[in-house]
Design a protein around this ligand. Structure first.
Ligand SMILES: O=C(O)CCC(=O)N[C@@H](CCC(=O)O)C(=O)O
Ligand SMILES: [Zn+2]
Length: 346
C-alpha cells in the first residue's frame, strides 16, 4: 500500500500512528489524495475527510464515525482503520464529508477501558465538572466536542454519528444499538435500515438524555446518532474480522455515497430502557452476578438492587439487564433495565 507520510510519519497506517504518538501533542496536518480528496489530521486520532467540491454527495450527508472511546474495544477501531487504509490506497472514492475519530489513544495503548475516567460519561459538557478537572479524558472529550461542533457547522447535509463499541459481557443479542433520548424524536426508518445492513438487529431506546458521546451529538448538534455495540471486548489482533463485515461494508457503502439496499424492517427488535441503575453509595447492593450476559431476563418480583432506602423489584412485566457492571464510581451507571417496546401496560 502507498501511504502519504505527511499524514502518518513513518507509521504503517492511522492506527499505528495513533498508538505510537498516544502521549504526544501533534500538530494539524493537511494532505490531498490524487483524486482531490482533502484529508486533515486535526489531532491525534482525528481525521477530517473532504471530497472535492464538485463531487456529488448523493445521500446528502456528513458522517461522524468514532471508535475507541473505550480503549479496550478494539474491533471497531480495526474496522475504521481498515476503511481509512482502503481510502488512502485509492480503492474507492469518498462522496461525503467524514469526521473519523479514535477516541482515547492512551487507553488504547494500555488496553484499558479508560486511564483516569470513563470518557463516555464526560460528554454533553460533563467534562467541565470540578471533579474531572485536569483529567486527560475530560480534555479529550472537550476537544472531540469542539471538533464535532466545528465539523457540523462547516458541512451541509444530514449529520449522522455512529459511535462504535464492543461490550464487556457476553450478550444474548450480539449486536445492538442505543438511540439517545431527545424529546419527541423517534428512530427514523432509514437509520434502522442502516443498522440492519450492518447486521445490528436490536435497538434500545434511551429514556433520558445522558453524557455519552452519541447523546451529545444528538442533543447538541441535531445529529441522528447511535451508540453501536458490535460484539465483545478483545485485545488488538484477537478479533474475528468475519464478525464485523456487516458494519465495515455498510460504512464503506455510506462513505461512497451508494444507495441503501432494501431491508425487511420487521427484523428489528426494539426495547426501551425503563430504569437506569446507579451506584447509590455505601449501602448499594447489586444482585446480578458478575458473569451474566446482556439481555438476561428477570421475572416479576425479583430484587435487582437495593440500598438502605430502596429495594428495586421487577414490575408486572419481566425486565432484562444490559451492561451490568458493579465496579463503577458512586453516581455512575451499574446497568440498564429494559423491556420490549409494546409492553406498555405496567
Ligand atoms: O459492556 C459494557 O458494560 C459497556 C459497553 C459500552 O461501553 N457501552 C456504552 C454505551 C453507551 C450508551 O449508553 O449509549 C457505554 O457504557 O458507554
Ligand atoms: Zn464502550
Amino acid at each position: 500500500m502507498t501511504i502519504d507520510h505527511t499524514l502518518f510519519d513513518t507509521a504503517s497506517d492511522w492506527l499505528a500512528h495513533t498508538l505510537e504518538h498516544a502521549s504526544k501533542d501533534i500538530t494539524e496536518t493537511h494532505t490531498q489524495l490524487a483524486d482531490g480528496t482533502r484529508i486533515n489530521r486535526k489531532a491525534l486520532g482525528v481525521l477530517e475527510v473532504i471530497p472535492p467540491a464538485d463531487r456529488p454527495n448523493p445521500n446528502n450527508e456528513a458522517l461522524i464515525i468514532s471508535a475507541g472511546v473505550h480503549g479496550n474495544e478494539t474491533a471497531p477501531i480495526e474496522v475504521l482503520n481498515g476503511l481509512v487504509s482502503e481510502l488512502l490506497n485509492g480503492e474507492w472514492q469518498v462522496a461525503c464529508p467524514l469526521l473519523l475519530i479514535l477516541g482515547n489513544p492512551p487507553a488504547m495503548v494500555q488496553g484499558d477501558r479508560f486511564t483516569e475516567a470513563n470518557m463516555n460519561r464526560l460528554f454533553h459538557g460533563a467534562h467541565g465538572k470540578p471533579e474531572y478537572q485536569g483529567l486527560p479524558e475530560a480534555a479529550r472529550a472537550k476537544q472531540l466536542e469542539d471538533f464535532c461542533r466545528d465539523f457540523a457547522s462547516r458541512h451541509e447535509g444530514a449529520l449522522n454519528h455512529y459511535d462504535l463499541h464492543t461490550a464487556i459481557r457476553p450478550s444474548q443479542r450480539e449486536k445492538f444499538a442505543l438511540y439517545p433520548f431527545v424529546e419527541g424524536r423517534n428512530a427514523p426508518k432509514d437509520q434502522c435500515d442502516f443498522l440492519l445492513e450492518a447486521d445490528v438487529d436490536t435497538l434500545l431506546l434511551q429514556h433520558k438524555e445522558g453524557t455519552t458521546f452519541s447523546s451529545f451529538t444528538s442533543s447538541q448538534l441535531g445529529a441522528e446518532s447511535f451508540t453501536i455495540e458490535l460484539g465483545k471486548v478483545r485485545p488488538f489482533g484477537e478479533n474475528d474480522v468475519n464478525r464485523f463485515t456487516g458494519i465495515r461494508d455498510a460504512l464503506r457503502r455510506r462513505f461512497r455515497g451508494q444507495p441503501a439496499p432494501a431491508q425487511d424492517s420487521d427484523r428489528m427488535t426494539v426495547f426501551k430502557v425503563v430504569f437506569e441503575i446507579l451506584n447509590t453509595g455505601d449501602s448499594f447492593q447489586f444482585h446480578i452476578p458478575d458473569d451474566v450476559a446482556n439481555f438476561t431476563e428477570y421475572a416479576t418480583g425479583e430484587v435487582i438492587w437495593e440500598d438502605n432506602e430502596t429495594s428495586y423489584r421487577v414490575g408486572d412485566i419481566p425486565e432484562s439487564i444490559v451492561f451490568p457492571n458493579r465496579k463503577v464510581p458512586v453516581g455512575q451507571r451499574v446497568g440498564l433495565l429494559i423491556r420490549p417496546l409494546g409492553n406498555e401496560q405496567a
